[in-house]
Design a protein around this ligand. Structure first.
Ligand code: ADP
Ligand code: SF4
Length: 692
């Protein structure tokens, strides 16, 4: 299909200082969890996006010195010569497809607590970066930088820039955002200095200006220099000289970098979940930048719709369409637009499992793209799979796992039959995506169904609840059981041991609500699953005008959703909907009128009135169908996958199903993962550590 002329504008080249990006698709720096210890994994992950048409591909944050040590979070380094080779593998993979390679030189300041290097963290004025979440808290406060520290910081950036150029990077970032050190100099709350680097906005901008100059001079103007800057707080601050401090800062720096990369200030607003934030949510904060500078501007906003992207350029908001999550979910997004295949885009659902991977300290994972992070280790490709399938496969269950298994097996060339008991495909998504804010998650099913319907070798059978006898009679060579998991009625004890179910009326699980049960109010939602669902159900019931109390064993609502940046938004949503939120409590009894609660540490007891109890707790996988088939001496190979194998987030189901589909009919050696290893790292030179 030819490209839609409406999108021609997205394929125009853009000059970025001495370099030219071949199009406007710009993969901005984003965390991947891939450190220098896994150079080939990282290169393949980034290179895949270049193959998919992104004109510029950047690393994630890359520390310029051991005084910026983010452990236990994963981060890349450009500390000395021994780091160059590991990055060069990535730039080669990117250049192979005609894309530019960018590196985000990074110093975390008071955000990076140097837990491994144990160097005193640096800050403009000794003010710690606010941390409301335990993983980001520290028992250490930063030191106040003196003049020598500032000189060091500038030198570290210059030295890292020289190495970065040698590693093959085209664009070198100075990073003044997200609480990191140069950003702290911009904000008066963190910068209370009385020297030339503090006080007026002009003084507070000085360090960033000097860093940009230093990076440019170090590479003699051969590389483009980008400034990544957070503008949310600055824009909220009035200025005597401009519309806001953000306007003043950009005006002062308007000619300094070759590219402005503009963003929000906090992970939860910058990488905001779709449950609470729409596509293009950064625009009201960053829309003014292009009015103040002639330099190109890139920004993000979970752009997945080509019309939104084209409009950003046409309306003069952005020159380059920044993508982090959309590039993970679909590394081939630009090529698909270029080929007039917009309907094939695997749209990001905004679930933020990718960011949770970084919080977990592991390589990036994606709900929509199960191949993300596995390009090198398992040789998976988001669009292609070896067409070696021969014979017929029956997939039972049409939830995320069954759909993914059917898609990958279909692409492998198998004749695939996908049977789903219900009238519609989507499994758990059918109910969950009807809850407040979760509609975009339906894309997990929509994308796969859209692809499957185009495949002549795939047959879809809705309204087909299969028995073991049905499966045996079908006669396929391979059978995949993806029948999902069930929510249990069991409670949990203060010591987190599972407790038996209560015998009382009106006790429900999410499965009951999915069948259409509307509880009587007041309703108590007891959540010890601790991810999104309990809070989403509480929101839904409150939206249906029921009085709702949300109770959790954890110290915060939806505690694990901190990992996906949802938690602050969830607390706000519960408050907005008038839902009482009780933390650190377990349900110990319920008789249909009164709910008994106990504080998990003090055992203090309380009672609240409730007519119904919804338990969002234990989820059990397993499959009676699988067990029955496994007990028979069947002539087909039998595979259990998705939530039926091990219940979890949708990302785990699509991943397991993809893995199952890749393994069928293949020898163990063919699917064995590869193990990456770092290039040899020399000990740091003594002079490098001298000044700490
Ligand atoms: P997963 O996340 O692993 O895909 P889901 O619970 O979302 O799990 O989806 C499982 C799907 O399997 C549901 O749509 C359910 O209706 C379907 N299913 C369960 N048992 C059968 C069966 N015996 N025959 C056909 N479909 C089934
Ligand atoms: Fe998008 Fe979710 Fe994939 Fe992240 S994990 S890229 S938010 S679909």
């Amino acid at each position: 299909m030819p490209r839609n002329p409406r999108y021609d504008i997205l394929f125009e080249p853009v000059k970025i200082g001495p370099k030219t990006a071949k199009n406007r698709f710009f993969q901005v720096p984003h965390a991947s969890g891939m450190t220098n210890a896994a150079p080939h994994v990282r290169a393949a992950f980034r290179g895949m996006k270049a193959e998919g048409g992104w004109g510029t591909i950047c690393t994630g944050a890359c520390s310029v010195d051991p005084s910026s040590d983010d452990s236990p979070f994963p981060f890349a380094t450009m500390w000395d010569e021994s780091d160059i080779r590991s990055h060069a593998v990535m730039t080669e993979a990117v250049h192979e497809h005609g894309a530019l390679a960018g590196i985000e030189l990074w110093h975390g300041g008071a955000v990076a607590m140097n837990r491994t290097s144990r160097i005193a963290p640096l800050s403009p004025s000794g003010v710690p970066w606010m941390a409301t979440h335990v993983p980001f808290m520290s028992a250490q406060r930063p030191k106040i930088m003196d003049a020598a520290d500032i000189r060091d910081l500038i030198r570290w950036h210059s030295d890292a820039a020289v190495r970065a150029e040698r590693a093959g990077f085209d664009i070198l970032y100075v990073y003044a955002g997200m609480g990191y050190l140069p950003y702290q100099f911009l904000l008066s709350d963190y910068n209370q200095r009385t020297d030339a680097y503090g006080g007026t906005v002009r003084n507070r901008v000085r360090l960033v200006d000097e860093l940009i100059d230093a990076v440019r001079e170090a590479t003699h103007g051969r590389c483009a220099v980008a400034l990544r800057i957070s503008l949310q707080e600055l824009r909220a601050r009035p200025s005597d000289l401009a519309e806001s401090e953000a306007h003043e800062v950009i005006s002062l720096l308007k000619d300094a970098p070759d590219l402005f990369d503009v963003k929000m200030d906090y992970s939860a607003s910058d990488c905001s979940p779709s449950r609470f934030t729409a596509e293009g949510s950064h625009e009201p904060v960053v829309d003014f930048v292009k009015t103040l500078t002639d330099k190109p501007v890139v920004g993000v906003g979970r752009f997945t719709a080509p019309d939104t992207m084209a409009s950003m350029v046409r309306r003069g908001v952005l020159d380059l369409i920044g993508g982090a999550r959309p590039s993970i979910a679909d590394p081939f997004l630009p090529n698909k637009i270029n080929e007039g295949r917009e309907e094939d885009i695997r749209e990001c659902i905004g679930c933020n499992i990718c960011i949770s991977s970084w919080h977990d300290g592991v390589w990036v994972r994606c709900t929509q793209n199960p191949t993300a992070g596995e390009e090198w280790r398992r040789g998976w490709h988001p669009e292609q799979v070896k067409r070696d399938g021969n014979g017929q496969v029956l997939v039972v269950g049409g939830g995320p796992a069954g759909l993914e298994a059917a898609l990958t097996l279909g692409r492998r060339g198998y004749d695939v039959a996908l049977a789903e008991a219900r009238d519609d495909f989507g499994g758990r998504l059918l109910y969950e995506t009807a809850l407040p804010g979760l509609a975009q998650w339906r894309r997990v099913a929509d994308y796969r169904l859209g692809q499957l319907r185009k495949m002549p070798n795939v047959s879809l059978y809705p309204a087909s609840p299969l028995t073991a006898q049905d499966v045996a009679e079908f006669g396929a060579q391979h059978v995949v059981i993806a029948t999902g998991a069930r929510w249990g009625h069991q409670l949990c004890a203060a010591n987190e041991l599972p407790m038996p179910a209560l015998d009382a009326p009106r006790i429900y699980t999410p499965d009951d609500l999915a069948k259409g049960v509307l509880p009587e109010g007041p309703v108590a939602v007891f959540d010890f699953d601790n991810y999104y669902l309990g809070s989403a159900i509480a929101e839904d019931l409150a939206a249906k005008s029921l009085p709702v109390t949300y109770i959790t064993t954890a110290g915060a609502a939806a505690a694990w959703s901190f990992m996906t940046n949802e938690q602050p938004h969830i607390h706000a949503a519960l408050a907005r909907r008038g839902i009482a939120c009780r933390t650190l409590e377990v349900v110990t009894g319920f008789d249909g009128e009164t709910l008994r609660l106990s504080q998990i540490f003090s055992n203090e007891r309380r009672e609240i009135a409730a007519r119904s109890l919804v338990i969002v707790g234990r989820r059990d996988g397993g499959s009676a169908l699988y067990d029955e088939l496994a007990a028979q001496n069947s002539p087909f190979s039998l595979h259990l996958t998705g939530d039926a194998l091990a219940p979890g987030a949708i990302a785990h189901a699509t991943y397991q199903a993809h893995k199952t589909a890749q393994s069928i009919g293949r020898a163990a050696a063919e699917i064995a993962p590869r193990r990456d290893a770092p290039f040899s790292v020399r000990a740091l030179a003594p002079q490098h550590l001298a000044a700490k």
